[in-house]
Ligand binder design. Structure first.
Ligand SMILES: *Cc1c(COP(=O)(O)O)cnc(C)c1O
Length: 224
């Protein structure tokens, strides 16, 4: 199926989810996750109007960027980020990093950046052991510690829900991330405006939208 058709279906679902909870669908931005998509398929997504593109590996990011030079794309790095790859990820001109989850990574970003980098702090709200992200209790001290890194701007929080979670569990995880995001936003820290909530993937984005996601990260349902 064409990406445009898949996108139309997704947009209907976003609209319906927003209607259920009284949200404005314009608050929900779609990051098209193209990690398994070909260059051509990614181009199709961009031509369908998807201008936020997410990749989880440096190699994939660079390949897509080299192929798609003519478009005004916002690039999102969504995967776990090894410190030794930070320099290249930043030099690629990425616009958002979704996976800031440790001070050593923040230090590296500070050291390698030439301007302010928009980051999401990744939180492991489900406490799943295999997942990256800070524990909930680590979040506030972590945010405070980021004040020392002037090139890091915390635009929001991000989470990945476990694949095996029930609908009820997903809702609780998303609700908790939203609550944490609003708490940090309310602190009005200049370096951590924290207006955004990056949560929801192909199998759970409708629940994430109902619970306040502002960026949903979609691969399979859009470009699969
Ligand atoms: C792959 C990936 C997605 C998208 O997954 P789908 O289930 O295909 O929508 C979203 N976020 C991250 C961090 C990913 O690695």
């Amino acid at each position: 199926m064409k990406v445009a058709q898949q996108l139309a279906k997704v947009k209907e679902k976003i609209q319906a989810a927003c209607t259920r909870v009284g949200r404005n669908p314009e608050e929900v931005k779609i990051v098209a996750v193209t990690k398994y998509a070909s260059n051509e398929r990614t181009k199709e997504a961009i031509e369908a109007g998807l201008l936020h593109i997410g990749e989880n590996r440096l190699e994939g990011l660079k390949e897509k960027q080299a192929f798609l030079t003519d478009f005004n794309i916002q690039w999102h790095f969504i995967g776990s980020l090894q410190s030794r790859k930070v320099k290249e990820v930043l030099h690629s001109g990425v616009h958002y990093i979704h996976s800031l989850d440790r001070l050593s990574l923040a230090e590296e970003i500070q050291k390698r950046s030439i301007s302010v980098v928009r980051c999401f702090v990744q939180v492991n709200v489900s406490k799943e052991e295999s997942k990256h992200g800070l524990a909930v209790w680590e979040l506030n001290p972590f945010i405070q510690a980021l004040e020392q890194f002037p090139n890091i701007c915390v635009v929001g929080l991000m989470t990945m829900a476990p694949l095996k979670a029930t609908k009820e569990e997903l809702r609780l995880y998303f609700r908790q991330l939203k609550k944490l995001q609003l708490e940090i936003e309310a602190m009005q820290l200049s370096y951590a405006p924290c207006h955004e909530c990056s949560m929801g993937m192909s199998n759970d984005f409708e629940i994430a939208v109902e619970e306040g996601a502002t960026f949903i990260r979609l691969g399979t349902v859009l470009v699969g």
